[in-house]
Design a protein around this ligand. Structure first.
Ligand code: ADP
Length: 440
């Protein structure tokens, strides 16, 4: 996981021998001189030995100062190298405890330490395999450029190194891939324990999701305002016309009033759907826990839907294979999802045709299916049907009182129930929308 940082290996023994070694020739010269004087008869054997001993003692006494200095130096170096390894260990522990991907590099951009989160984020399995050495480990000496390919990061690092800044430098980088991922990076300077240089700590915070949510939110606000703008400006226009000319032509005024009611209904439907969608999204993380009988839910909504079917000259029938189908769910949510799917099947169908509501089960799941023999939907639209405000045909949706939010609400409810939505359709033949629930 972490890389070894080389520390200076202070070889005290070799330093000691460095001090003694220069004195060896002097001692050797003294021995040779005393031996020569002894041979020439200037000194007796014992006097020669006496001189050699005295001279050596004096030399050693002189080197005791060196030895004391050396001893002091040795202690200092031992303390220093203990500090370095303790400091590094502390740093490793701190970096490992950071939740966000964090990497420590040196002046030359070589990676020194990285935590598990950085390992998972940046050493993807493919990249990892190509990096491993013969011992199946990530080799030391890898540079940050090998792992994170961002010109902005490298350029900012170079500027930061030269700037002597002590504050944290913040940048945002985007790493291209199957999905582009964006990260906020904090770059800060950390003292290098063994040298007069600095190391650099890089902390990454992924912002991909946050950015996506912000984009979706602003798109949603723009779409919702756009959808509401139309009925509201029509209402305003009609109201102004009625105010001016309402008394003059009773028949025209009646037409205008009808339009006024239609547009108010449209605005109301849209606001209701927006509120439903918001509610469904807010509750998405709360797992529903009530035992709900899907047969009962259908019984409760059938009469109302049958009214709509009759109005549209559609034959609405039930194909319910058992008395009770229990799931764990939220009854209001399920009612809402069933109504949306059945209403769609009725309103997009052509008069004289039929809609079948099917309920069946197997050992683990319950299947709810709405089948119609209406116009069908082309394959290119099917993956996008659950997007907010997506319609196959805008005019037909508006005419039929659609808001483009119905299937998006259904999708949210299904996600909350950990169920599955299946859409099958063939142009000219009809469509079927299925929800597969887990049994209670
Ligand atoms: P809307 O409020 O417009 O009905 P939905 O999200 O419920 O919005 O549906 C999205 C689009 O899917 C509709 O505008 C319609 O074009 C299409 N659609 C949904 N259900 C059916 C169906 N049963 N048959 C044909 N088209 C359908």
């Amino acid at each position: 996981m972490d890389k070894k940082i080389e520390t200076t290996d202070y070889k005290i023994g070799s330093v000691l021998s460095e001090i003694i070694r220069p004195k060896i020739p002097i001692i050797f010269l003294l021995v040779v001189l005393c031996f020569a004087f002894f041979l020439l008869g200037f000194l007796t054997f014992f006097t020669a030995i006496f001189f050699i001993v005295i001279f050596t003692v004096v030399l050693l006494a002189m080197s005791s100062d060196d030895r004391k200095a050396l001893e002091f130096y040795k202690n200092q170096e031992e303390l220093k190298s203990k500090d370095i390894s303790e400091g590094l260990n502390k740093l490793k522990t701190i970096i490992e405890a950071i939740k966000e991907p964090t990497i420590l590099i040196n002046e030359n951009d070589v990676i020194l330490i990285f935590n598990q989160s950085a390992d998972k984020t940046f050493f993807s399995s493919i990249a990892r395999d190509s990096l491993l050495n013969s011992e199946n480990e990530i080799p030391t000496g890898l540079r940050i450029q090998t792992i994170i390919r961002s010109t902005l990061l490298i350029e900012t690092l170079n500027l930061y190194k030269n700037s002597q800044k002590n504050s944290i430098e913040k940048i945002e980088i985007i790493l291209p891939g199957e999905i582009d991922r964006s990260y906020e990076v904090d770059i800060s300077r950390v003292p290098n324990f063994s040298k007069d240089e600095f190391n650099y700590l890089l902390m990454f915070r992924e912002t991909t999701e946050v950015k996506k949510i912000l984009t979706l939110r602003s798109e949603f606000i723009a779409n919702a305002s756009h959808e509401l703008k139309t009925p509201i400006s029509v209402i305003k226009g009609i109201a102004e016309t009625l105010e001016k000319y309402g008394d003059e032509d009773k028949e025209t005024s009646k037409d205008f009033l009808k339009k006024l009611i239609d547009q108010s209904n449209r605005a109301q439907l849209l606001i209701e759907d927006l509120l439903s969608l918001n509610q469904a999204e807010m509750r998405q993380h709360i797992l529903p826990e009530n035992k709900v009988n899907l047969t009962t839910v259908l019984d409760n909504i059938f009469d109302g839907l049958n009214e709509l079917a009759k109005k549209n000259k559609i034959n609405l029938t039930r194909d319910i294979r058992k008395k009770d189908f229990y799931i764990l769910g939220d009854e209001d949510d399920i009612r809402r999802a069933f109504i949306n799917l059945i209403e769609n099947a009725i309103k997009y169908n052509t008069s004289g045709k039929k809609v079948i509501i099917h309920l069946s089960d197997n050992s683990d799941t319950v299947l709810f299916k709405v089948i119609d023999d209406g116009p069908g939907i082309s394959n290119i639209h099917i993956p996008r049907l659950t997007e907010r405000f997506y319609r196959v045909d805008l005019d037909s949706s508006i005419k039929k009182g659609g808001t483009g939010l119905g299937l998006s609400i259904v999708k949210n409810i299904i996600t909350r129930h950990k169920a599955q939505l299946d859409i099958e359709s063939e142009v000219g033949k009809g469509s079927s929308f299925s929800i597969i629930f887990n049994k209670a």
